[in-house]
Design a protein around this ligand. Structure first.
Ligand SMILES: Cc1cc2nc3c(=O)[nH]c(=O)nc-3n(C[C@H](O)[C@H](O)[C@H](O)COP(=O)(O)OP(=O)(O)OC[C@H]3O[C@@H](n4cnc5c(N)ncnc54)[C@H](O)[C@@H]3O)c2cc1C
Length: 432
């Protein structure tokens, strides 16, 4: 089977993204060699693993982090940077599926996740430069009453007053496109430089005492007390293991069945002659298409994300993949050159809620943030750090959320998913 860790990127290097070009990249850290002992061994140095490492180390635990590539190499260092409210599912869907009490608890947790992320950025990663405001843009007129009702629900049922309804004229004041019929703006959400946040977390975890090894792919975990975590050239003997491998999760069959990798793509344009002819305000935008278009401005460039692929490999022409939806939204810059284009691998679950599990008494995992991990992944790392120390409340709640395996978990899951997703994306295109 294709190993996504190496399928699409240069080994040991950050992808050639706008983000990698606009931060001070640290020197590579050494690979693990020989035997090492730790209270907690964390596999994966993205938001999830690095936040788990920081919180464990701050609690006085001896922590080793292993990443196959670099800290922040995965989705965390290359995403759309949208720090959204809530979960990937709307609160009305959560209420229908889980009941009002559970939906309220989840909403409160998601607010805690946002607040934690903002605190972490403030303390450890100011270069991530949080800017408030996410517009949710409806591309079909019939979506608008629904998103306005959802905004009312957030205010009336959840006491969330930071969301404002936008009619057609109001959205066009912000997003200079004929594509959108209305929507909402969430002033309590916002956007960040994701790689700066990941690198800040890594520095903070190390300052708190965690040891991070890069170029250290884990290929086997031997359960037991303690657990043995094996890489090519070394191993870690640990009391606890936290698996934070998200879209690259291939180490256990349970994770492979519940969490599905998908690829998504972003381009950064050349600086625009007049950025306000594209976006009237410094906010991020995500639209209501099944294959979501998401965009924002940075240093006068439009960062436009869109176009998924469900095979393991990135398409050969990623530029074309992103340019097609960008052209549809912003025909006025149809031919603007792209200075950076990159792809990334994220993970989804059937329910679009993350998968939390205790795979063995001392092996913990959280993955499958379904495109909503900028706030939730770091929070999940903290939830697992708490669980390792015996505070189980939030972990148990999340681990008990209902969830299903992907159909054909095994050989057919990729092709089946590709078929299903392509069908939904086609419905988008033909306006169903
Ligand atoms: C293009 C794109 C756009 C996105 N946009 C947004 C957005 O705007 N807002 C939002 O909320 N979410 C977004 N997401 C999702 C978000 O980025 C993720 O949910 C989040 O970063 C997941 O963090 P993580 O730490 O769990 O995983 P990752 O950041 O992917 O980290 C996993 C790490 O595990 C390592 N690893 C895997 N297997 C092994 C192994 N066997 N041994 C050692 N190391 C291993 C990898 O090298 C990697 O560094 C986007 C994702 C992508 C790809």
């Amino acid at each position: 089977m294709t190993n996504l860790l190496y399928a699409n990127d240069k080994t040991g290097a950050y992808p050639p993204s706008y983000y990698a070009a606009t931060v001070d990249l640290p020197d590579p850290r050494p690979a693990l060699r020989g035997e090492m002992r730790a209270d907690v061994c964390i596999v994966g140095a993205g938001f999830t693993g690095l936040s788990a490492a920081l919180h464990c180390a701050q609690a006085g635990l001896d922590v080793v982090v292993l990443d196959a590539q670099r800290a922040g190499f995965g989705a965390s260092g290359r995403n759309g940077g949208q720090l959204g409210s809530g979960w990937r599912q709307e609160q009305s869907d959560l209420e229908a599926a889980l009941g009002l009490d559970a939906a309220r608890t989840l909403w409160d947790m998601s607010e805690e996740a946002k607040a934690l992320t903002l605190r972490l950025i403030d303390t450890h990663a100011p270069a991530a430069n949080f800017r408030p405001g996410i517009v949710n843009a409806d591309w079909r007129a019939r979506d608008v009453p629904h998103s306005h009702a959802e905004a009312d629900r957030l205010t009336e049922t959840y006491g969330y007053t930071r969301i404002e309804k936008l009619d057609r004229a109001a959205i066009r004041d912000i997003v200079k496109s004929d594509a959108y019929q209305g929507g909402t703006i969430d002033h309590g959400a916002g956007h960040i430089h994701p790689l700066a946040y990941a690198l800040g977390l890594a520095r903070a975890a190390e300052a708190a005492g965690a040891r991070i090894f890069e170029g250290s792919a884990v290929h086997h975990i031997a359960d037991g007390a303690p657990v043995k975590v094996q890489t090519d050239r070394g191993h870690v003997i640990a009391d606890h293991v936290i698996l934070a491998t998200n879209g690259y999760s291939a180490l256990t069959s349970k994770l492979r069945a519940r969490v599905m990798p998908i690829n998504n793509f972003i381009s950064a344009t050349a600086p625009l002659p007049d950025p306000t002819a594209v976006l009237g305000r410094d906010v991020a935008v995500a639209d209501s298409k099944f294959v979501v278009n998401y965009f924002r401005m940075s240093e006068g460039r439009l960062l436009f994300g869109g176009g998924e692929s469900y095979g393991y490999r990135f398409p050969r022409d990623i530029d074309a993949k992103v340019r097609a939806p960008m052209r549809e939204v912003f025909p006025q810059i149809a031919d603007i050159p792209f200075d950076y284009t990159w792809g990334g691998t994220l993970a989804i679950t059937m329910e679009r809620l993350p998968f939390f599990a205790r795979l063995a008494p001392n092996v913990w995992t959280a993955a499958g943030f379904s495109g909503h991990g900028v706030a939730l992944a770091g929070f999940s790392g903290k939830v697992m750090a708490d669980a390792v120390q015996g505070t189980m409340g939030q972990f148990d709640l999340l681990a008990n959320l209902p969830g299903r395996n992907f159909p054909g978990a095994g050989a057919f899951r990729g092709p089946l998913l590709a078929l299903a997703m392509t069908w939904y994306a086609t419905r988008d295109r033909i306006g169903l």
